[in-house]
Design a binder for this molecule. Structure first.
Ligand code: KG4
Ligand code: ZN
Length: 344
């Protein structure tokens, strides 16, 4: 494989990224592949009391904060709109009302200043978060993308080309963390709080079931696990703090085992020896530790972005957008939001 097909090379470009696909309003400026600013305004406090994202509230909040967020990203990066080489915006997948806010702003700025515009798939953004954090990461690699909305394995053979290898058959991994947190009354988002609670628990205390697939596909499933946790809670309530910690630790250990087992299986079947862990759930330390152990045993390399780049941000959108703009891709003003937008 020639050199430019095994590594992403960023052209000398200053690109503004805008991300509003779910409940984070984010803008970032990337200059020649380096993060100049990275602003994220989270809506966790708004959705927390509902135990999940309320789409109408999300789009309304994006509307309120998107312009100040973009202004802050530009001013922290010390650039002005006319000096940009392009604007990259998330076009899907996500909540349509939320996506439309970012898209409208990006289109308006691109039109007003005559700037190139490009639409980015949010999932590709998560993969670029890994590339941003680890510029030396070379293709091919296998990406385990684990977020609140998605859980999938993509073979990344060369820049901007993806093959779907496996995916969840029901809930996403992050969704399972969020649902378990909700049923334990721990708040939203569930991942970080379940991880914190699990720290003082015993991961072997409760044997929760892990889904097995007869067809051997490298897929995932979390709904049976979530139901098992729910039944256990119903049978053993009210819960003491130590039982709560054991439930979190045992749930987390089972979810992590499913993620790592299927990833390693897929990598060995495909003969790919590099793994990229990305998406919100990639911030989970138990997941990173287990992947480290399993990869070390087999001589596989693995990497994951730092926590801040694992969860939704616009630096990753600017990174993917830079690569697409450099390849000559341009969107016009008909660019629209797509709630379901496959990556491959
Ligand atoms: O990538 P992301 O910010 O948004 C989506 O694209 O979905 O991921 C958010 C998800 C939430 O479900 C959240 O609970 C989960 O990532 N998450 C975690 C952790 N931090 C965030 N899950 C497990 N452990 C964590 N430390
Ligand atoms: Zn995401």
């Amino acid at each position: 494989m020639d050199a430019d097909r095994c590594r992403v090379v960023y052209e000398a470009m200053i690109v503004l990224g805008i991300e509003t696909s779910c409940d984070e309003t984010a803008a970032a400026v990337l200059a020649d592949g380096a993060i100049r600013s990275d602003v994220v305004v989270s809506q966790d406090l708004i959705h927390g009391r509902y135990g999940g994202v309320v789409p109408e509230l999300a789009s309304r909040r994006h509307l309120e904060v998107v312009l100040p967020v973009v202004e802050q990203a530009l001013s922290e990066a010390q650039v002005t709109l006319p000096s940009l080489d392009g604007i990259a915006v998330t076009r899907g997948p996500g909540l349509v009302g939320s996506l439309l806010v970012g898209l409208s702003v990006a289109k308006a700025f691109a039109y007003a200043h005559g700037l190139p515009l490009v639409g980015v798939n949010h999932l590709e953004g998560h993969i670029f978060a890994g590339l941003l954090a680890e510029p030396g990461l070379t293709y091919p690699f296998l990406a385990l993308l684990v977020s609140g909305g998605h859980t999938a394995l993509y073979a990344c053979d060369e820049p901007l080309r993806y093959r779907l290898i496996g995916q969840t058959r029901d809930d996403a991994a992050g969704e399972a963390f969020d649902k378990v947190a909700k049923l334990l009354g721990l708040g939203y988002p569930g991942g970080p709080v379940v991880e914190r609670t699990a720290r003082v628990g015993d991961p072997r205390a409760i044997a929760f079931p892990m889904a097995q697939f007869q067809d051997g596909a490298p897929d995932f499933s979390f709904s049976g696990l979530k139901t098992a946790v729910s039944l256990y809670v119903r049978q053993h309530g009210p819960l003491s703090p130590s039982l709560m910690a054991d439930i979190c630790a045992s749930f987390q250990a089972t979810a992590v085992k499913m993620l790592v087992r299927q990833t390693i299986r897929a990598a060995s079947r495909l003969g790919i020896r590099r793994i990229l862990l990305t998406g919100g759930v990639a911030a989970n330390r138990a997941l990173r530790e287990m992947l480290e152990v399993e990869c070390a045993e087999r001589g596989y390399a693995w990497s994951a972005p730092p926590g801040r780049l694992c969860t939704d941000n616009a630096a990753m959108i600017a990174a993917a957008g830079t690569a697409r703009l450099a390849g000559g891709e341009r969107a016009d003003l008909t660019l629209n939001a797509q709630a379901t937008l496959p990556l491959a």
